[in-house]
Design a binder for this molecule. Structure first.
Ligand code: HEC
Length: 115
Protein backbone atom coordinates (compact mmCIF):
# COMPACT_ATOMS: atom_id res chain seq x y z
CA UNK A 1 0.00 0.00 0.00
CA UNK A 2 1.48 3.40 0.89
CA UNK A 3 4.22 2.04 3.14
CA UNK A 4 6.76 2.13 0.31
CA UNK A 5 6.26 5.77 -0.47
CA UNK A 6 6.32 6.66 3.22
CA UNK A 7 9.64 4.87 3.63
CA UNK A 8 11.04 6.66 0.60
CA UNK A 9 9.95 9.99 2.01
CA UNK A 10 11.71 9.26 5.29
CA UNK A 11 14.83 8.19 3.40
CA UNK A 12 14.81 11.40 1.39
CA UNK A 13 14.56 13.48 4.54
CA UNK A 14 17.35 11.53 6.20
CA UNK A 15 19.59 11.80 3.16
CA UNK A 16 18.95 15.53 2.92
CA UNK A 17 19.82 16.17 6.55
CA UNK A 18 22.91 13.96 6.30
CA UNK A 19 24.11 15.84 3.26
CA UNK A 20 23.58 19.18 5.00
CA UNK A 21 25.38 17.96 8.10
CA UNK A 22 28.39 16.92 6.06
CA UNK A 23 28.78 20.08 4.04
CA UNK A 24 28.38 22.42 7.01
CA UNK A 25 30.95 20.76 9.30
CA UNK A 26 34.17 20.14 7.40
CA UNK A 27 36.32 20.32 10.50
CA UNK A 28 34.50 17.79 12.67
CA UNK A 29 36.78 15.88 15.00
CA UNK A 30 37.28 12.13 14.40
CA UNK A 31 36.13 11.29 17.94
CA UNK A 32 32.36 11.32 17.59
CA UNK A 33 30.54 11.36 20.90
CA UNK A 34 28.79 7.99 20.70
CA UNK A 35 26.97 7.11 23.90
CA UNK A 36 29.16 9.12 26.25
CA UNK A 37 27.20 11.69 28.22
CA UNK A 38 27.56 15.14 26.73
CA UNK A 39 24.58 16.90 28.25
CA UNK A 40 25.33 20.29 26.72
CA UNK A 41 23.42 20.19 23.46
CA UNK A 42 21.10 17.24 23.90
CA UNK A 43 21.30 13.66 22.63
CA UNK A 44 22.38 12.66 19.13
CA UNK A 45 19.36 10.51 18.40
CA UNK A 46 16.30 8.80 19.77
CA UNK A 47 16.80 5.89 22.18
CA UNK A 48 16.71 2.23 21.23
CA UNK A 49 13.67 1.98 23.47
CA UNK A 50 11.93 4.56 21.28
CA UNK A 51 12.90 2.64 18.14
CA UNK A 52 11.49 -0.61 19.47
CA UNK A 53 8.39 0.70 21.33
CA UNK A 54 7.26 3.92 19.71
CA UNK A 55 8.61 4.20 16.16
CA UNK A 56 6.06 1.78 14.69
CA UNK A 57 3.36 4.32 15.38
CA UNK A 58 5.07 7.69 15.72
CA UNK A 59 7.76 7.03 13.09
CA UNK A 60 11.53 6.60 13.40
CA UNK A 61 12.04 10.33 13.81
CA UNK A 62 8.85 10.89 15.87
CA UNK A 63 7.25 13.06 13.20
CA UNK A 64 4.10 10.94 13.27
CA UNK A 65 2.00 9.42 10.51
CA UNK A 66 -1.75 9.37 10.25
CA UNK A 67 -3.44 8.83 12.76
CA UNK A 68 -0.43 9.07 15.10
CA UNK A 69 0.66 12.56 16.14
CA UNK A 70 4.06 14.13 15.67
CA UNK A 71 5.87 14.28 19.02
CA UNK A 72 6.28 15.98 21.40
CA UNK A 73 3.44 18.24 20.31
CA UNK A 74 2.73 20.92 22.86
CA UNK A 75 3.44 18.83 25.95
CA UNK A 76 5.85 19.54 28.79
CA UNK A 77 8.25 16.75 29.75
CA UNK A 78 6.02 15.87 32.72
CA UNK A 79 2.92 15.63 30.52
CA UNK A 80 4.84 13.70 27.89
CA UNK A 81 6.05 11.17 30.47
CA UNK A 82 2.57 10.87 31.99
CA UNK A 83 1.11 10.13 28.54
CA UNK A 84 3.65 7.34 27.96
CA UNK A 85 3.00 5.80 31.38
CA UNK A 86 -0.79 6.03 31.19
CA UNK A 87 -1.42 5.58 27.47
CA UNK A 88 -4.17 7.41 25.64
CA UNK A 89 -6.93 6.13 23.31
CA UNK A 90 -5.17 4.08 20.59
CA UNK A 91 -1.87 4.35 22.41
CA UNK A 92 -0.96 1.67 24.95
CA UNK A 93 0.78 2.43 28.25
CA UNK A 94 4.47 1.64 28.76
CA UNK A 95 6.32 0.49 31.88
CA UNK A 96 9.78 1.63 33.01
CA UNK A 97 11.05 -1.77 31.82
CA UNK A 98 9.95 -0.95 28.27
CA UNK A 99 11.26 2.61 28.28
CA UNK A 100 13.04 4.25 31.20
CA UNK A 101 12.38 7.79 32.47
CA UNK A 102 15.94 8.64 31.35
CA UNK A 103 15.19 7.48 27.80
CA UNK A 104 11.88 9.36 27.77
CA UNK A 105 13.53 12.61 28.83
CA UNK A 106 16.46 12.29 26.42
CA UNK A 107 14.03 11.44 23.59
CA UNK A 108 11.85 14.41 24.56
CA UNK A 109 14.83 16.78 24.38
CA UNK A 110 15.94 15.27 21.09
CA UNK A 111 12.46 15.91 19.65
CA UNK A 112 12.24 19.46 20.98
CA UNK A 113 15.69 20.24 19.57
CA UNK A 114 14.54 19.09 16.10
CA UNK A 115 11.31 21.10 15.90
C1 HEC B 1 -0.05 1.64 18.92
C2 HEC B 1 0.48 2.90 18.43
C3 HEC B 1 1.29 3.75 19.40
C4 HEC B 1 2.46 3.43 20.03
C5 HEC B 1 3.21 2.11 19.98
C6 HEC B 1 2.86 4.60 20.75
N1 HEC B 1 1.95 5.61 20.59
FE1 HEC B 1 2.07 7.47 21.35
N2 HEC B 1 0.24 7.92 20.58
C7 HEC B 1 -0.51 7.09 19.78
C8 HEC B 1 -1.75 7.74 19.45
C9 HEC B 1 -2.87 7.18 18.60
C10 HEC B 1 -1.73 9.00 20.09
C11 HEC B 1 -2.84 10.08 20.09
C12 HEC B 1 -3.76 9.80 21.27
C13 HEC B 1 -4.97 10.72 21.24
O1 HEC B 1 -5.80 10.55 20.34
O2 HEC B 1 -5.06 11.58 22.10
C14 HEC B 1 -0.45 9.07 20.80
C15 HEC B 1 -0.05 10.16 21.55
C16 HEC B 1 1.18 10.28 22.15
C17 HEC B 1 1.62 11.42 22.90
C18 HEC B 1 0.81 12.71 23.13
C19 HEC B 1 1.14 13.68 22.03
C20 HEC B 1 0.48 15.03 22.22
O3 HEC B 1 0.98 16.01 21.65
O4 HEC B 1 -0.55 15.13 22.91
C21 HEC B 1 2.88 11.17 23.33
C22 HEC B 1 3.77 12.07 24.17
C23 HEC B 1 3.23 9.85 22.86
N3 HEC B 1 2.17 9.34 22.14
C24 HEC B 1 4.45 9.25 23.08
C25 HEC B 1 4.72 7.93 22.76
C26 HEC B 1 5.93 7.25 23.15
C27 HEC B 1 7.12 7.91 23.84
C28 HEC B 1 5.80 5.97 22.75
C29 HEC B 1 6.77 4.80 23.00
C30 HEC B 1 7.07 4.54 24.41
C31 HEC B 1 4.51 5.85 22.08
N4 HEC B 1 3.88 7.06 22.12
C32 HEC B 1 4.02 4.69 21.50
C33 HEC B 1 -0.14 5.83 19.36
C34 HEC B 1 0.98 5.13 19.77
Amino acid sequence: MTMTSYACGVMAILMASLAMGCSSSESSSPTSAGSSGDSGTGPEKLSLAFASNCARCHGTTATGQDPYPSLPGTLTLAEFTATVRAGRKLMPSFTTKQISDADISSDYYWMTSKR
